[in-house]
Ligand binder design. Sequence first.
Ligand SMILES: Cc1cc2nc3c(=O)[nH]c(=O)nc-3n(C[C@H](O)[C@H](O)[C@H](O)COP(=O)(O)O)c2cc1C
Ligand code: SF4
Length: 400
Amino acid sequence: MPASTAPRLLDGAAAGALARAQSLELEELLAIVERSGLRGRGGAGFPLVEKLRTVRRNAAGGEAYVVANGYDADPGSPLARTLLGRSAANVIAGIAIAAHAVGAKSAYLYLHPEATDARAAAERAIAADGELGVEIEIALGPGGFMGGEESALLAVLESRRAMARQRPPYPASQGLRLRPTLVSSVETLAWLPLVAVEQARAGTKLVSVTGAVTRPGVYEVTLGTQLGDILSEAGGTNAKLKGIHVGGPTGGILGATRTGTRFDFDDLRAAGTHMGSAQVRAIPVGTCIVNEAARLFAYLAKESCAICVPCRVGTARVTGILESAYSGLGRQSDLAWLGELGDHMERFSLCGFGITAPSILRTTMREFADDYRIHIEEKRCPEETCAPVRSRRYETMTQP
Ligand SMILES: Cc1cc2nc3c(=O)[nH]c(=O)nc-3n(C[C@H](O)[C@H](O)[C@H](O)COP(=O)(O)O)c2cc1C
Ligand code: SF4
């Protein structure tokens, strides 16, 4: 079965959508959005209509903002760039409809500084439509992974560093300049014109298929498509499959037998990973998964905004333990230690970065237990690829 049956966002252009949305009674517009089942495409899957209602209510007729998150934090998943390149007019109309729904007069389209083509497309679309009813300003983030997290991006828009802050209060009650703010992914907002005009159900999701596939790229797939079908959409794997990494840098790695897992917010969570940046990466046989987990955590340790201890310390410690393990210095007790660190990060981290990163540990320790066992017990690499990077164990306390 083909993975993509309804390529709506990438090619869809809903002419007249903004005028139609503006002509509707507000409650009618919100009811249409609710019926569409539109959940946030930025990773967490929160229903858009609830955010719209909350921002509108909290603004109580005063100032409110819309921030369209088109940052593409994960360098392997250029979804916003692709969307803006293909249908910028829909994104801009979506921002204007959201602004109309929450009563905002100012909106920001927040992009990655390297996304110059997407920025140019957005500028053209804004200039082409003189009747938006909202001032849309393009703002650029700092470039790092955390620049896409909602509270960090609000800090950036206020000329501060991209560091997260505690929630509540959520942006919908206290966001930009402490005013109610809708922060939504550009992919979420681009659905609004389609929903307003065609009363469509928001049934597809953009994914970035990478790794060992024949035609890596951005695809639009129906939510619920099996992971195996998504890989087929990208031409199929070009090597024997060892695992499927889902959700980008903080996403879990599922074993090759899990191609039947449905690509959907809830199913991915049940499988131990999450939608995240919607990157689906085929990992070929020949890849050591302990090394892979260490590589991901080393990246996260560098990208952490470092404001909270569980993540700042957790990402560094996990990296050290995993490096020790693949350097032939692992101990059985390391597995329990990794589990504890993961639990701690998940429970006490301040933002989605630290809360979701332990999925890498959970999934790899569950699905690739042999890679860990061979490294720790037999002191060799299961794929004969790992070179030691430590001569002493990563150790912070005396071992029993
Ligand atoms: C580390 C990190 C990076 C993120 N990067 C992005 C991003 O590039 N684009 C995006 O839309 N959401 C990103 N998010 C999610 C946002 O915090 C926020 O939940 C999202 O923009 C809300 O939009 P939605 O309701 O439409 O999903 C990121 C989250 C985290 C924790
Ligand atoms: S979890 Fe990590 S990235 Fe998020 S606030 Fe804490 S230190 Fe920053």
